[in-house]
Design a binder for this molecule. Structure first.
Ligand SMILES: [Zn+2]
Length: 393
């Protein structure tokens, strides 16, 4: 428990019937304490109150710590409650118990942790939120020149949160509610309140939606925008699917074969590969759309020098095709070409965010959703942030 003088365990009571262990901690008469307000040493005791904290279980037995907590008299501050070394003020748990709760919260839903510990989940949420919000506030963002942003769904429907990542640390440093340009301003303000500066941000990796782009341009004057390749390919896949859906209305071979056209060829089963080569023999729009998408994917394996030429050739090819959705894709890609090519030059990608997104959504599913966005945000920081540096042991 990390007890220091004058604190000592004076008595313990173990009850087999109740399955609990009670530890009594006390201090000798005449002990003096540090003033919790100003840190002055040697303050005499004014009075005491009895308090109890839940401690780490002793094997399968619930364990409680009891102590009479003194109030000291400080010549400067007057009567102040003494801070005990095993728990933070106002918590009904010891620091070790809280550390255990945080460790559980990283790997299982709070409701499961609560059940396992025999505590109400709101008490555990309070612990998590305390340490997370403290950690979020204590972050030092003075060195975060490269950032990335992405949205993830908060609940079913159109409810989102936006995640901002420090690309050097590969950690979520800020979570905002919503997914509009305003979230970027919120993040920029947060960054500056935590040692960073808007001007120092050199790169931002984002999706091709208008919101983040506008937000970055407004708030980070020196940031070059990188359009993340995952989002480019996602857009291409959507275009292929649009072509397929249109064609499937008149062609029975394509119906129900959606995944053949969207998966990477390497990931297809033998049966799917065979079906694909049968379809390839015919002059299907969907096959052509797929080839356009696969060619675009090639772009990301090129050297920055040849990428620009390759992209121009790709665009010329799509332009002479007869596929509306692919032409629309090409238009978007060419309009955003600088940011897309920059991804090749810098090697920045939202891959880390894709992984974080997956973890967040998995946690959300396991928890069967969160009651509030506040809870969801706390969990994002917990599993994808770096905010527990100052948490108990
Ligand atoms: Zn004092």
């Amino acid at each position: 428990m990390g007890l220091q003088a004058p604190w000592m365990v004076t008595r313990s009571a173990f009850s087999v019937e109740d399955g609990r262990l009670d530890l009594y901690v006390d201090f000798p008469p005449g002990s003096r304490f540090v003033c919790a307000e100003c840190g002055r040493e040697g303050c005499p005791v004014h009075d005491t109150t009895d308090e109890t904290w839940r401690h780490l279980d002793f094997f399968q037995h619930r364990t409680f710590v009891h102590a009479r907590v003194p109030r000291s008299i400080c010549p400067q501050c007057g009567v102040r409650k003494v801070a005990v070394p095993w728990a933070r003020a106002g918590s009904g748990f010891t620091l070790l118990f809280e550390a255990y709760v945080l460790a559980l919260a990283k790997v299982m839903p709070i409701a499961n942790a609560a059940q396992r510990l025999g505590e109400h989940d709101t008490r555990l949420w309070r612990i998590v939120e305390h340490y997370v919000s403290q950690g979020v506030e204590n972050q030092d963002l003075s060195e975060a020149p490269q950032i990335a942003a992405d949205e993830t769904s908060a609940r079913r429907g159109h409810d989102y949160i936006s995640l901002f990542v420090d690309m050097a640390k590969r950690k979520v440093v800020y979570v905002a509610e919503g997914k509009d340009a305003g979230t970027v301003k919120e993040f920029a303000d947060f960054l500056e309140a935590h040692g960073g500066s808007r001007e120092a941000v050199t790169d931002a990796s984002i999706d091709m939606g208008a919101a983040f782009e506008a937000g970055i341009k407004e708030n980070f004057p020196n940031a070059e925008i990188t359009f993340d390749k995952f989002h480019v390919i996602k857009l291409a896949n959507e275009a292929v699917d649009e072509v397929r859906r249109e064609e499937a209305k008149n062609d029975f071979q394509i119906k129900g074969r959606r995944y053949i056209f969207l998966k990477n060829v390497d990931h297809l089963t033998l049966e799917e590969k065979e079906a694909l080569s049968r379809l390839e023999a015919q002059n299907l729009d969907t096959i052509q759309a797929m080839q356009i998408r696969m060619n675009l994917q090639q772009l990301f394996t090129m050297s920055p020098k040849s990428a620009r030429r390759f992209l121009d050739r790709w665009n010329a090819w799509v332009e002479v095709s007869d596929l509306g959705p692919m032409k629309k894709l090409a238009k978007t890609v060419m309009a955003k070409a600088d940011g897309i090519l920059r991804a090749i030059a810098t090697g920045l990608s939202n891959g880390v965010l894709e992984a974080i997104n997956g973890n967040v959504q998995a946690a959300k599913r396991k928890a069967k959703g969160y009651r509030t966005k506040r809870n969801l945000k706390a969990i994002v920081y917990l599993i994808a942030g770096d905010v527990l540096a100052n948490s108990p042991t």
